[in-house]
Design a binder for this molecule. Structure first.
Ligand code: SF4
Ligand code: SF4
Length: 689
């Protein structure tokens, strides 16, 4: 074995060994989190890795940075093969993939090496330009974060340059080894030829530079926010944000088991997956750019939530696991939390995620709109951390905005978040000849459909009109349906979103008892929050029903031509439809409400707000925000309504009673007279009778 080979073996073992030590350290840190099983649905998870990880589906949602990042990622995949070949050549100079690959495949491989090296170089140059010249708002960060990004970009650029130079020198040494497919290397060789008379020596230098750079890059990653290079594919596989777990479904709490700590006030109360999310964050800021709270000037930033979680882990885990903190790169520790930063072991133990890194105010500003989760290119679930921390605030520390206390009390006493008399729940239906489940059961009958009215539809004056409109459609189509009447009460979703899992489980369990007593199979509802809760979260507690949102139900009736409609005449009506987060992002129902509008009103011209469908902007009511004051920044509903009004719409259509309230308030704030109608009201307005 030559001296050079021995040296290479030594350097490789050293580099790989140090990297393995770091990986092992990070895994140990992650294990201070709570256990969670993510081994289900391997096929779906693998599909996510292919679509989101390898094909970079979510990365392309950003038309500028997306292609740039995808190029770097794909380039890395392709060029890793080239780097392995180069390293093996360090032991055996004659080694080449050409020895065993079919000729055409080797040519393709050789071609891809040159082309991708150049493309990645171009992408790196563009990334430098964005960071140093354009300064996009979502990439804002402190000096350390910028330095970290520039170091990584510099190393990626260095890897590409040295790779091309090794090939170019190789061509000068032995032209037969570099075919015409590596035309870029050949071109560089042509430029080098007159400059240096010792291509073999030069190749040796570039070769060592490339190998050392690979090892330095690999070992820098665990100390950098670019750790995601290593973790993101694993994170996508283990994520539940794109199936197999349904998006936005909250983790059920075992209230019997979790007696000492409800929810999370520190990193060890989160799951290992939440902590892996922290390792995987690229700090791209896409989540924060999409966050309605942040957009309207509030301090909540989902990026900060995830970065702070990682920073706190890096502060606490070394102490808890007995590691020494000096090993840590400041980029992983310093950051956006007020008290974030290198701390003594004593301070590290005194600190906690809540208050020292993440404030109560931030947590209560979240509307649970899921935009952050939707946008994250590496399938991080920022909302899960927020929800767990809200649970701790409410159940462990009794800290929450004072205005939600009445909602909790009313849910407990009256079965609705408002202090209405439960006896008035079915008053909206008086005179409409709608049977209750109890009445039908007395006659030994069971309807095909249960119309779940919801608390808004039952008590809110404006939403009651939506309930009436939907009931009129059902009757006009001769649908066999009933309501629960006074036996209906809130399923507890607002309590769950506001962190009160106890109250939620109490209300939900009771509701399931009622539904099962009547052997309910199919439920329709005009509220996306009820739709999501009954359909997606009730199964956690043993309630399994087919739940259909009224947009889908009406669309099916219209498609089957069962709805007796007047023929629409007159001027075209310009309508803008506002997507509800719990219908759209949570459940991917985007077309049904639009189709319903188009089918019911052929004279309608549908216009879209700039932020629509899965990029839709929240109305501001979700996550219990409906019951809280909005004390900081611009009101979210005002921002959204201005955007809808700017489309020139003559009517704004919604498919959610919460959106109805928020957008109507927004229209009033804008002193506009544009009507806001639920899609059921649009259809009911066209009924023949
Ligand atoms: S769920 Fe919505 S409001 Fe909450 S942090 Fe994410 S983007 Fe912001
Ligand atoms: S959480 Fe996801 S979207 Fe947000 S900054 Fe991190 S990687 Fe980007």
């Amino acid at each position: 074995m030559s001296t050079s080979s021995v040296l290479l073996a030594f350097v490789l073992v050293l580099g790989a060994g140090f990297f393995a030590l770091n990986v092992q350290r990070l895994v140990r840190y992650m294990q201070i989190g709570r256990p969670e099983d993510r081994s289900d649905h391997p096929a779906t998870r693998l599909r996510n890795v292919l679509a989101i990880g390898i094909a970079q589906r979510k990365i392309f949602r950003d038309p500028v940075a997306g292609p740039m990042h995808a190029l770097i990622f794909w380039g890395f995949l392709v060029l890793t093969a080239g780097t392995v070949e180069i390293i093996i050549q360090g032991f055996s100079a004659a080694f080449s993939y050409a020895l065993f690959l079919p000729h055409w495949l080797y040519q393709l491989y050789a071609f891809s090496q040159d082309v991708f090296a150049l493309l990645v170089l171009g992408a790196v140059a563009f990334a430098f330009y964005r960071r140093l010249v354009v300064h996009p708002r979502r990439l804002e960060g402190d000096n350390l974060e910028h330095a970290d990004a520039l170091i990584i970009l510099g190393m990626i650029g260095g890897l590409m340059v040295t790779l091309l130079l090794v090939n170019a020198c190789q061509y000068l040494v032995d032209p037969a080894t570099i075919g015409p497919e590596k035309f870029i290397s050949r071109g560089i060789a042509a430029g080098l030829a007159p400059v240096d008379a010792h291509p073999a020596a030069l190749m040796h230098v570039f070769w060592w530079m490339h190998v050392l750079l690979v090892l330095v890059f690999l070992n820098y990653l665990p100390y950098s926010k670019h750790l995601h290079v290593v973790t993101s594919l694993f994170n996508v596989y283990l994520s539940n944000t794109s199936g197999p777990g349904q998006k936005g479904v909250m983790r059920a709490m075992d209230l019997e088991a979790d007696v000492e700590q409800f929810g999370a006030s520190d990193v060890e109360h989160l799951t290992w997956k939440n902590l892996l999310d922290g390792y995987s964050c690229t700090e791209c800021g896409r989540c924060t750019a999409a966050c309605p709270a942040n957009f309207t000037g509030k301090i909540l930033s989902p990026r900060k939530i995830v970065v702070n979680t990682r920073q706190r882990l890096m502060e606490k885990a070394p102490v808890v696991t007995g590691d020494r903190m000096e090993f840590l790169h400041p980029a992983l520790v310093h950051g956006e939390g007020d008290d974030a930063g290198a701390a003594t072991p004593e301070q590290a133990l005194e600190h906690r995620l809540l208050d020292n890194y993440i404030s109560e105010l931030e947590l209560w500003q979240c509307t649970s709109c899921l935009a952050c989760v939707q946008e994250c290119p590496v399938s991080i679930n920022q909302l899960e951390i927020i929800n767990e921390m809200r649970r701790n605030l409410v159940l462990t520390e009794s800290r929450f905005p004072e205005e939600i206390q009445p909602a909790f009390e009313s849910l407990e006493r009256n079965g609705s978040p408002w202090a209405f008399n439960p006896g008035d729940r079915a008053k909206w239906a008086e005179g409409l000849d709608i049977p209750t489940m109890a009445e039908l059961a007395e006659r030994g009958e069971r309807p095909q459909i249960l119309f779940w009215v919801g608390c808004m539809g039952s008590f809110d004056d404006r939403a009651k009109k939506i309930a009436v409109a939907f009931a009129r459609i059902l009757k006009a189509c001769n649908i066999d349906f009933a309501i629960l009447g006074q036996e209906e009460h809130c399923h507890g979703d607002p309590a769950r979103r506001m962190g009160n899992e106890y109250l939620y489980q109490m209300l939900a369990t009771d509701t399931i008892g009622t539904l099962d007593r009547y052997q309910v199979r199919t439920i329709v509802t005009s509220c996306p929050h009820c739709f999501h809760q009954l359909g997606n979260e009730f199964p956690q507690l043993g309630g399994n029903y087919e739940v259909i949102h009224h947009s889908t139900f009406i669309e099916r009736l219209l498609a089957d031509e069962r709805v007796p409609l007047r023929s629409a005449e007159g001027e075209r009506l310009v309508v803008a439809y506002h997507d509800s987060c719990y219908l759209g992002r949570y459940n991917d129902v985007y077309d049904a409400p639009r189709e319903t509008l188009k089918r019911a009103l052929p004279v309608l011209s549908l216009v879209e707000a700039p932020r629509n469908r899965d990029r839709g902007f929240c109305c501001g009511a979700g996550g219990g925000r409906m019951f809280m004051e909005e004390r900081q920044g611009k009101r979210i509903n005002v921002e959204r309504t201005e955007e809808l009004l700017a489309t020139g719409a003559e009517t704004i259509a919604v498919a959610c009673p919460f959106c109805m309230t928020m957008i109507t308030d927004g229209v009033n704030a804008a002193q506009s007279t544009v009507p806001v109608l639920d899609i059921a009201e649009v259809v009911a307005g066209q009924l023949i009778s």
